[in-house]
Design a protein around this ligand. Sequence first.
Ligand code: APR
Ligand code: MG
Ligand code: MG
Length: 196
Amino acid sequence: MASGQLSRAEALACAGCRHACHVMLYSDTKTQLFGKIPIKHIILMQMRFDGLLGFPGGLVNPAEETLEGGLGRELLEELGVAIPVSIEDHVDSCYAPESSRLITHFYVKKMEEEQIREVERAAASTATDHGQEVLGMVRVPLYVTKGGGGLSSFLSHSFIGNARSQLVDAVLRFNLVDPEELHKVLVCSLKTHAHT
Ligand code: APR
Ligand code: MG
Ligand code: MG
């Protein structure tokens, strides 16, 4: 286990800690950008009310609900559809960078492309949080365009908490981008950050 990470049991045993659960929903796709760049996977993130990018989910109260039950409740509010997330989808738990009293639990769930499209439609229409806590769903560009745009530009945006590293780690862990390509992208975005 990497430093700063906790097992699910350790996390739940923390007295006085608050808990937040977020999920990366993704699917495979055969879609091609401009009819020639394979997209391969659709990953959903969201533009939050605070202008930062993050994953859907939110604060959960383990005294009243399970972590996964609370995450399901948050997903219904933010996405407008019931998405069952189970303990098998749990990837890791760690202290939030901004507070040692907040533990963030991260989940990854693979869906069918049509289910992802359904989430996008509901999030933009029937979801109670639409236009308020959630300003819109965004897909993560997992490719690199000729001019160097795509994933490196996306990673140069501002993210809530540890959402950026959750994204990078999950993309690697679930093999959604070629590791060498991702390495190049990360070096490139480091250089961009160094100049700003
Ligand atoms: N994505 C989103 N938030 C994350 C992430 C992530 N990957 N990782 C950590 N967090 C942290 C954020 O710092 C955030 O404050 O988890 C906290 C709770 O997550 P939210 O999704 O913001 O919580 P939610 O329950 O949906 O919103 C409730 O919390 O942020 C406040 O006042 C805000 O009204 C909002 C309330
Ligand atoms: Mg919420
Ligand atoms: Mg939220």
